[in-house]
Structures are given as structure tokens and as C-alpha cells.
Design a protein around this ligand. Sequence first.
Ligand code: PA5
Length: 471
Amino acid sequence: MIKENIRIDYNNLMADIIGYNYGINSSDIDDMANQAKCANQAIQSNRGKGWLGWTELPYNQDEIVENILKTAEDIRKQFKTFVVLGIGGSALGPIAVQQALNHLHYNELCDEKRNGPKFYVEDNIDPERMAALLDIIDVKSTCFNVISKSGKTAETMSQYMIITDALKKAVGDKWAEHIVATTDEHNGNLIKMAKENNFRLFYIPASVGGRFSELCPVGLLPAAVCGIDIRAMLEGARAMDARCKSDVIWQNPALLQAVIQYIVTEYMGININVMMPYADSLRYIADWHCQLLAESIGKNITRKGKAVNVGQTPVKSLGVTDQHSQLQLYNEGPYDKLITLIKVENFRTLCEIPHGCEEYPSVSFLGGKSLNELIEAERQGTAYALSKRGRLNQTIIMPEVNAYTIGQLLYYFQMTIAYLGELYDIDAFNQPGVEESKIASYAVLGNEEEQYKRKSDEMKAAVNQKDDYII
Ligand code: PA5
């Protein structure tokens, strides 16, 4: 495992590199020194408090990690399949880390090569998907990790009900041995069910919100079950944390990133944030980042109650695949995007392209090179083409994709978002905009509780939809 720092190359954001009409002046960054210092001090002085519990996860989980590793070992011995039931922050991290750190066709490997249970994360309530899962797993040999901080999320709890019913039919009294609950220690229904039925149980600290929870048991247990080195992930997070202590913008990578995102959005009309890893292993890191940015920064009010509508729209993209889908727009469409490429310096495998096709020079030149060289050449080509047209792009450099660098990357993104919340003076840790649709959907389902009945009346009184508008 290469244990080196990830690096961020900002060249192609800067005015003296991509042109004064398009780039950021370093003096604009320097002008944010005071705001940045306040942002850092607000985070550092509140570490571990309020919703900043995630800042301490790299340091305060020795005992929990021991317990996770022991439980993971038992699960690996007892079960052939491990299924996470969860959604949003309770699912995107486990998906992203599994994709990043395990074989890209993990589930398809033979048992000896996989060396752990098959792994699925059910983060939707599409009925066909649930039926499809039940078609391919044997619940008798499956462990289900129900993850819900609130312990009452409808999507997760409906899955829980379906699965417990299936388990009771399949294994009778032993059904509860197939469930691990990961939830808040005091609040919600899941904790009550867990205690009542004696499930294996892990806690999500009260001060850790869903999208900041990958480095607590939410992410660590599924990762450990699939053989991922969770201690190295936490070590990587600590290494990044050590780099994110300084008040000085240019010495703190996450603070610099937050300042850049603030400047380009507020002063340059850059409202879209594209995350484009050049590695399949990182494609779901882009998904995870999408939620982190959207739910944290997409807000309509500051902490002092001032009306605002802030937040870049995150876009997930995959290099090189999306060069053949989205790059045309990035290069020639509106000047409204900050594009982050992720480069992997050392892939975990080398795939050489053999010589051949000599009669076709435009093909044969590829012979003797490797896919490793080709993917990096294409990333460089994209960065060059974007920069030539004044399109803001930066590159995160991963020395290798491994548990240590992924720990750094996750922590870096989380810290960036926390700083950005401070710069905007918004609450980056709530998600009130998600509530309205949740309450409305419960009202549609006829939930008898008072707030849903009121919502149902409100919905009925709303402007009538017209059939004329449906063709
Ligand atoms: O980031 C968040 O807080 C949300 O995305 C939650 O993770 C998501 O809504 C699931 O919530 P819960 O874990 O309570 O089931």
C-alpha cells in the first residue's frame, strides 16, 4: 500500500495559467484570508461538538474498531452474503468505499478469490430491485445490516419489514441473528427493535450526520466485512486532518478548496461542480460527493435567517467514459462549471496493449503502450483542452487508490464542505429541503398522524392539476 499524501493541482484554475478573462487571481484568494481564518477557527474550536462529531472519528474509535473487526470476522465465517439496507448517507459511503477498494467485479469472483461474503447495498425501494435481490440471495445465508441514524426512514424501514418477514419464514426463531443494526443510541424505532430482538448493534454518534458518517460504523462495518483495511482508512483521515489545521489558506488544502469554490460561485457565476475521476474504482466516490455537496450547501437561508439560495449543482462524471458523453458540453457550453478531475498515479494493475494492426498506423501506434498510459494521456488531453478554452479545472492526484488515500480523500471533501458552510454562514449539516416531499409522500400513503393529515388537506386544496396538460 502506497502511503503518500493525495495532492491537488490548482494550476488550471489560476488566471496567470488559463487567462485573466477566465481564471482566479491569487490575490482574490488572499483577499479571503480573514473569512477563511474565521471559518477554520469556527471548525477547529468546535471539533467534536454539535454536528462536528465526524472530525474526531479518526481518533476516538479504537475500541469500536476492535468490535467491528471481531463482528466482521464472525459475519465472514457465518454468512455467504452481506446486504446493507439504507439510503442517502447510510448507503452512499459503503457503496463508494467498496467500489474503490475491492475488486471491480467483487461479487462475481469465485469464493476463494473473493474471500468474504457477496456484498449488496439496497438504497432504493424500487419493487423490481427488491424482488431481484430476493431472487439472487438465499436469506438463510445472508446477513442484513440495517443502517438508519434516525431509525425511522420509510425506505429503510419498509425494506427491514420485508426482510424480517422473509427471514422469519426462512429461518424461524433464528431470524434476529441475521440482522445487524447501525443506528442512534437513543432515538428512533430501530434502536428499540434492536434491543427488543437482541440484534448485533453499532451506534452512530449523535454528533455525526448521515453524509458525514462513512468513517463511523456506518461505513466501517461493511468495509471490514468485505476485507477492507479500516484502520488504514482512519489513518489516512488523520493524515488529512493534520494538513487541515492551518488558518493560512495556502497551507490548508480543504480551506483553499472551500475558498476557491466560494469565489467561483459567488463572483464568477460558476454554479456547477463536476467531479470526474479517471478511474472506475472512484466513480461512486463522485456519487457520494454529490450528496455531500448538494445536501450540505444547497440552502435557502443563512444561520442568521437571511434569505439566500446557495449551492453549486453537483454533477458526477467518469473519465474517460464521459469524454464521449459530456465533454463536448464542458468544452463549449456555458462557462458555469468547476471541473475536478481525479488522477490515479499508480493503478493497482498494469494492462499492456500488445503490438498489432501494423497496416493501420492510426491504430498500431497504441501497441506497446498500456491502458494505464492511455487513460492518463486522455486525462491530460482533457485538462489541456478545457484549459485552452478557459474552463476551470483542477486535478486531485491519488498516488494509488487504497484505504489510506481514500481515508484522506473522504476527510478532505468533508472538511471542504464544513469550511464552505462557514463561508456561507449556513447550516451545512441539516437538510430541511428534503422534509416537504417526505411529509407529502406519507400524506399520500394515508398516514393517520396529525401532521400528515394536515399535509393531505393542504395537498387536496392545492391548485387542481389539468388533464389538458397530459398528452
Ligand atoms: O445525510 C443525511 O443526513 C441523509 O442523507 C440521511 O443519511 C438519509 O436521509 C438517511 O437517513 P437515516 O440514516 O436516518 O435513515
